[in-house]
Design a protein around this ligand. Structure first.
Ligand SMILES: Cc1cc2nc3c(=O)[nH]c(=O)nc-3n(C[C@H](O)[C@H](O)[C@H](O)COP(=O)(O)OP(=O)(O)OC[C@H]3O[C@@H](n4cnc5c(N)ncnc54)[C@H](O)[C@@H]3O)c2cc1C
Length: 219
């Protein structure tokens, strides 16, 4: 049973049965993804910029240089739209028209807030690091004061968010099922490769297990 949409502007209208507003679904997609695309408007011109992110409870965490145009602009309270997409498969139909993709995606709209409290900022940076490489925060050198001063951190509430999910085989027109053309789904998923040590790494330092057995959670 899907939860009701949180607002008119996050209600999925095209193929509404694919919409899902359950916070658990939304969190699972965000936790598996790595890149979000952040949309914002500068002087009437829309921009969509790829960024890393993390999640802390019911907030998406974004960070970047204090010089970042997007972060500078939205730290003042400007609205943004953040999107995360997981591609699960290529849907190969009998007709060109019905080719598609299996996916899980999330769209969040809102006005991010700047995190200024030092404790909250450090926690947000931990969430960002742990989102990228779980287990890394405890081992890596933590941010120093100079690095903290150069970094802006924002949080965006997940209150106004929607998920949209497509699964399953192609949906061809009934008369096309008799055509002698292969159809089906080509599953697709990103995978980590073999770790490549930094050429400046001293001998004898082996990659930790959280690197050698890295994999994203499957929502
Ligand atoms: C996978 C990934 C993760 C990233 N994670 C972060 C992050 O967590 N925090 C962060 O601050 N930045 C991140 N970046 C970099 C980010 O995309 C921007 O380049 C950066 O934030 C500067 O944005 P800006 O608008 O201030 O740049 P500006 O230099 O002011 O942008 C000017 C113009 O440069 C072009 N441009 C800017 N960025 C890109 C881009 N990525 N690709 C192509 N053209 C571009 C666009 O035309 C843009 O309008 C990431 C990029 C990628 C691809």
């Amino acid at each position: 049973m899907h939860k009701p949409p949180p607002s008119a502007r996050t209600t999925v209208r095209r193929l509404p049965e694919r919409g899902d507003y359950d916070p658990a679904t939304i969190r699972a997609i965000l936790d598996e993804g790595l890149v979000c695309h952040v949309g914002f408007v500068v002087d009437g011109q829309p921009f969509v910029i790829p960024m890393g992110y993390g999640r802390d409870g019911d907030h998406l965490i974004l960070h970047g240089s204090v010089a970042s145009r997007m972060l500078r602009g939205v730290a003042g309270g400007a609205p943004i739209c953040a999107t995360v997409t997981l591609l699960d498969g290529l849907v190969i139909a009998r007709s060109v028209f019905h080719h598609s993709m299996n996916y899980r995606s999330v769209v969040i709209v809102g006005r991010p807030e700047l995190i200024e409290d030092p404790v909250a900022k450090m926690r947000a940076l931990e969430r960002l690091t742990e989102h990228l490489v779980p287990g890394r925060w405890a081992e890596a050198r933590g941010p120093n004061d100079r690095e903290l001063a150069k970094t802006q951190v924002l949080r965006l509430s997940l209150q106004e968010a929607s998920a949209k999910i497509r699964t399953g085989p192609p949906k061809d027109d009934e008369e096309d099922y008799a055509l002698p053309i292969w159809a089906g789904v080509l599953p697709y998923s990103p995978a980590a490769g073999t770790p490549e040590p930094d050429p400046r790494l001293p001998r004898g330092i082996e990659p930790p297990p959280y690197v050698t057995s890295y994999r994203r959670r499957r929502g």
